[in-house]
Structures are given as structure tokens and as C-alpha cells.
Design a protein around this ligand. Sequence first.
Ligand code: NAG
Ligand code: NAG
Ligand code: NAG
Length: 422
Amino acid sequence: MRSFVTSTLLASVALAAPAKRQNTYAPGSPPPGGPGHQTPAKLNVQVGDRPYYLVDDMDDGPLKEKLQSCSEGPFKPSDFVFSHRGAALQFPEHSMEGITAARRQGAGVIECDVAFTKDKQLVCRHAQCDLHTTTNILNQTDLASKCTTPFTPAADGKPATAKCCTSDITLAEFKTLCGKMDGFNPNGTTVEEYMDGTPYFRTDLYATCGTLMTHNEFIDKVDSWGLQFTPELKTPEVPMPFDGYTQEQYAQDLIDAYKERNIDPSRVWPQSFLPDDIFYWIDNEPDFGKQAVYLDERVDTPEGYANATASIPSLAERGVKVLAPAFFALTKLDEAGKIVPSEYALAAKKAGMDIVAWSFERSGWLNKGGDYYYQYVSKAINNDGDMYTVLDVLAQQVGIKAIFSDWPATVTYYANCFGLGK
Ligand SMILES: *[C@@H]1O[C@H](CO)[C@@H](O)[C@H](O)[C@H]1NC(C)=O
Ligand SMILES: *[C@@H]1O[C@H](CO)[C@@H](O)[C@H](O)[C@H]1NC(C)=O
Ligand SMILES: *[C@@H]1O[C@H](CO)[C@@H](O)[C@H](O)[C@H]1NC(C)=O
């Protein structure tokens, strides 16, 4: 098996296919995790203004009419909808406030990207070393000095630098931080300027002090809601073993947190970019491994894409059941300029793999053809409403099981309209 590059900041996560459990949202239905698990109260799902704005923006046609016909709901949670980093379009990522918003928006599966602290405790962060862009650590004098690379201001045409990792601090120290919107200003000459880098399409409105979560706190909260989990074992950014902590122990600790709580493995979709993590779970924790989600970033280069497509049958043979590439890799334009399933998507389907795509609502305005996520279909899109055109091909033609979204409501609206997920 080839080795793979590590996850990049751009390519965050991904996730897994929906589970087979019963819908647990109706009052009186059995709790999902068996005895000892809370039955969730009835939930009034709110999709907010954004899906209506996007539908209005669509070009006229049958898809727009269908989506308009669903305007008055009802909307309920769907496991077609994977919350990506919470509700990171508007809430600090991986915060309690973010996952609370994701639940309200109807996400059926909630994500925690898992990283470890200096004392080898698991916490939710998108990357082991993103504390300088996702928290206020640089503004905390006592902790800022513990960063791998303390802050250096921009000067003489050189950008500002800083690098702060979860493994630089203890769990107790981590819990004193505030979550902020992910971003930084490389031209910052002070910590305040550096921290002020929220992209134009996000907002600081809810970034007063996002509540950071440990992996255990995440599990307990999502369990109390009766929802499903998608923890991602983030690729370490320090050499492993770290102070005696091995990659295998790290992968095992992630699963043990669910076992200790008697969480049914059918509710857990562990993800990793590293094939060896996926194989570890398949071999050592088969109940969890059979839902392990292989985040496939080989597709990022044309040669890697071809190799990835060719390798799908052998991955299936090895026991991998869920593939998760960035969604651009699942579609292409045909000769007539129509958006259609890609070779990778067809190969995954042929091998009987489930597909979870990532990540919706990270791209800002699409009027100039979109970004990384829309690179193969940029000639076919010209407005934000085209997000639903792309999602429709992914859902109806590629047949994805689910998609991660930074704003779950956008996908919840579509999933409810088409009866997708449980
Ligand atoms: C933290 O932020 C406050 C308010 O912006 C500022 O006055 C203070 O100097 C900052 N502290 C550090 C260590 O940068
Ligand atoms: C940083 O400064 C460069 C050079 O002046 C400029 O091109 C760039 O837009 C600035 N970036 C930000 C985020 O302000
Ligand atoms: C693709 O596969 C070929 C043949 O196995 C290998 O030589 C090459 O390095 C691979 N390239 C990438 C980008 O994975």
C-alpha cells in the first residue's frame, strides 16, 4: 500500500456513511445506545434563511421547482448530513456552540477531529497545530510562550509566524482557551492584528469565546442528543511515538472512549487520512472498523487521482467500506458540459463502497467558478444557487451516503426535500 500525504489545513475532514439505526427523534422511540442512554427530546429543526436564499438564486428548472416545493418543511434531522467542524461557516469550529447549532440545523452525524495534548488526552481540533489560528492562545501570555513557534510579527516584507499545537499544552491549559473563527492575517504586526483574519464569507458575530471540547465531552453531548459521531484521528504533526505515545495507542484510545460508554459501534464513523489507521481499526476493532472512513486525498493531483481510482478494488478487498474524497473528485464535466459522476465515483460504486463527500459550505461566493471544491465543474457554475446543482448530482447520480457541511442546514433542506438519510 502506498503512503499518503498528511491532511492539509485546506482539506479538512470527512466522514462517513449514515448508520442503520432507527430514527430516534420521535418522542417515545428507543434510545439509540441501548440502556443507560438518554432518549432525546423532540427537536424543532431550524434551517434558517440560507437554503431559501440559495434556492432563489438557482437557475430556473425542475430542480429549483422541486426545492421550492419543499419550502415549508417539515424538517427533521438526517444522517445524510454530517456536521463539519460543527457549524464552522458562522461558529468557531469545534466549539460546543458550533455543534449545538449543527444539531439545531438537522445534522444527524456530528464531527470531532481528534488531537492529543501534552498529557496525551484527546481533544477536538481540526489539526494538532492550529491553536494559533482557531483559539486565542497567542493572546494568553502564559500559554503563548509554550507554543512550538511563538508569535513573530510581520516585518521587512516577511509574514508573521506562529505555531501552537495541542501537544504543547496540557488538557487543563487547553480548557482555558477560547475558540475563535479560523483565520489569521499574515501581515499582522501585533497579536491582535494577526488574529484578525476571518474570511469574508464567515462572521465574528458568534466568536465571543467559543467553548472548546474534549473528545469525551463531545461524545457525552452528542450521545445525549441521540445523534451519531464521526471522530477523525488527525495525523500527528509531531514525530510518533510522542513521549512514548504510539500511533496505535492513539487510534485505540479514540475507540476506547466509545467502548467505555457502551456506545453502539453502528453510531460511530471513525475517520482518518492514513490507511494504516483504517487498517488498524479493521484488524483490531472490527465493529468500529467496518464503518471506518478512509479520507482519500490522493485525488489532489491528476496522477494521484488515477492511482486512487485504480486502487479502489484492493482497498475494498482489505476491508475498507467507506471512501471519502473531497467532493470535487466525484464529478466532472462531460463533453456537452454537463456535470456527471467521475471515474473515481464510478469505480467506488462498482466496488460496492459507500461514499461520504467533503466539504460543503467552505467556498464563499461561487460567481467566479468556485475554489478547490468546484475545480472540475467551474465552467458549469456561476452563482451560489449552483451549489444545489452540484449537490443534486452527488446525491442522485453519484449516490453519496452523506456529505460534510460547514453549514448543515443547507444540506438538511435538500436531504429532507428528497427523503435522504434517516
Ligand atoms: C490580548 O488582547 C487584548 C485586547 O485586544 C490586548 O489589550 C492585550 O495586549 C493582548 N494580550 C497579548 C498578550 O497580546
Ligand atoms: C498583506 O500584504 C500584502 C502586501 O502589501 C497584500 O498584498 C496582502 O493582501 C495583505 N494580506 C492581508 C490578508 O491583508
Ligand atoms: C502512481 O502509481 C505509480 C505506479 O505504481 C507510481 O510509480 C507513482 O509514484 C504513483 N503516483 C502518485 C502521485 O501516487
